[in-house]
Design a protein around this ligand. Structure first.
Ligand SMILES: Cc1cc2nc3c(=O)[nH]c(=O)nc-3n(C[C@H](O)[C@H](O)[C@H](O)COP(=O)(O)OP(=O)(O)OC[C@H]3O[C@@H](n4cnc5c(N)ncnc54)[C@H](O)[C@@H]3O)c2cc1C
Length: 356
């Protein structure tokens, strides 16, 4: 097999990048050892939390706002191809449950207002979210959500429709002169882009040790009432995500447990407590599911987007807890860089070579 661009991994990053490149008329081959979205991308909650996830102005916020602004266009393009991915700009609520959380809320509100971002202060969260405790809260009207369980297949179908080839079942074993070694043989490529999520630094000779590490997150799914939870709702310890059919996803733990994908009783207890605190009526809700996935974490919590020290080998990974939010933005910027276009924003802060 051969291609102009060989992409390793068909998570949201690999699929969205393939789609961007194929829509530019490029010859793209994606190599996935399992199925599209088999790992973090389908384990995610799907929060599009550009404001709720940022800790202040800087490169994360820049990329997050750039990407969030592209979500509605991506969702409607996917919908026009027959894939509703549950995109909703329903806003996001951040609750100050404990007294000491109020100072945290003040801080967030202050820097976001100074940055010119829309943020609303509520004296009583239950005025926006019935059933929530009567505590102070912030509401970010521009944050939103998609259904991450639907997204990878939609992106893969859209990439294929644009002309990309996605080949499943073969394992990429390593980089080689002029391409890749895989379990199915040599694949020739002019450029290689590694989008292997938490496994990115496992590709021999690609990145320094520890450049990308798996950070396990567990998600618990409860049966709620359709429409009752109006928007993603955060406490300081975790979040609740509504799905159209009434399911509520509770996330998530942050665990350094290597590649152990088991869920744990402690994880379930933590998530149940988050649900009870944010929306007490969920205390008796039936548990429908419980899963875990690996966020691709980096030492500075910024993604890796750009060339490596190896000629012709690039990385698009390390999106840690915001890879769904960052999908349209990162994929477009990477495609611009790979195709020699001027990227819409400065990519220097995300250059993978900063870690060496
Ligand atoms: C519990 C949890 C909740 C999350 N919630 C959110 C959220 O609400 N909002 C948000 O924005 N983000 C969230 N995230 C983060 C988001 O899911 C990730 O940042 C994103 O999915 C990473 O996408 P990816 O394509 O880089 O990696 P992945 O989805 O992990 O894809 C990598 C792919 O590469 C393949 N692969 C790996 N090695 C090889 C190889 N050698 N050969 C062939 N194929 C290979 C894998 O099989 C996999 O399919 C969450 C993550 C978790 C775990």
């Amino acid at each position: 097999m051969s291609a102009e661009f060989a992409i390793v991994g068909a998570g949201v990053m690999g699929c969205a990048l393939a789609r961007e490149l194929a829509r530019r008329g490029r010859d793209v081959l994606v190599l996935e050892r399992s199925i599209p979205g088999a790992e973090a991308s389908s384990a995610a909650g799907g929060i599009l939390g550009a404001q709720s996830e940022a800790h202040g102005p800087g490169p994360f916020l820049d990329l997050a706002l750039y990407s969030r602004a592209r979500w509605s266009e991506l969702a409607s393009e996917l919908a026009s191809e027959g894939h509703d991915v549950g995109f909703s700009r329903s806003g996001l609520l951040k609750l100050a449950i404990a007294l000491e959380d109020r100072a945290w809320l003040d801080e967030v509100e202050a820097w976001q207002r100074a940055a010119g971002l829309p943020v609303e202060r509520l004296a009583d969260a239950s005025t926006r979210q019935p059933g929530a405790p009567s505590v102070p809260a912030l509401f970010f009207e521009d944050d939103g959500v998609v259904d991450a369980q639907l997204l990878p297949a939609a992106l893969a179908a859209s990439a294929r429709r644009a002309g990309a080839r996605i080949v499943c079942g073969g394992n990429v074993l390593g980089l080689a002169e002029g391409g890749l070694e895989t379990s199915e043989g040599f694949v020739a490529a002019q450029k290689v882009v590694v989008c292997a999520g938490a496994w990115t630094a496992r590709v021999p000779g690609l990145l320094p040790k520890g450049a990308v590490e798996p950070v396990r997150g567990q998600v618990l799914v409860l049966q709620g009432q359709p429409g009752r939870l109006r928007q993603v709702t955060f406490t300081r310890l975790g979040y609740l995500i509504p799905r159209a059919d009434g399911r509520v996803l509770i996330g998530s733990t942050t665990e350094h447990a290597g590649f152990d994908k088991r869920v744990t009783p402690e994880g379930r207890e933590t998530l149940t407590a988050i649900a009870r605190t944010a929306l007490p009526e969920l205390a008796d809700a039936a548990v429908l599911d419980h899963w875990a996935g690996f966020r691709p974490g980096t030492p500075d919590d910024l993604p890796l987007l750009g060339p490596t020290h190896r000629e012709g080998v690039h990385v698009l990974s390390g999106h840690y807890r915001n890879g769904i939010l960052l999908t349209p933005g990162s994929a477009r910027l990477m495609a611009q860089q790979l195709c020699g276009e001027e990227p819409d924003i400065d990519l220097a802060p995300y250059d993978p070579r900063r870690l060496s």
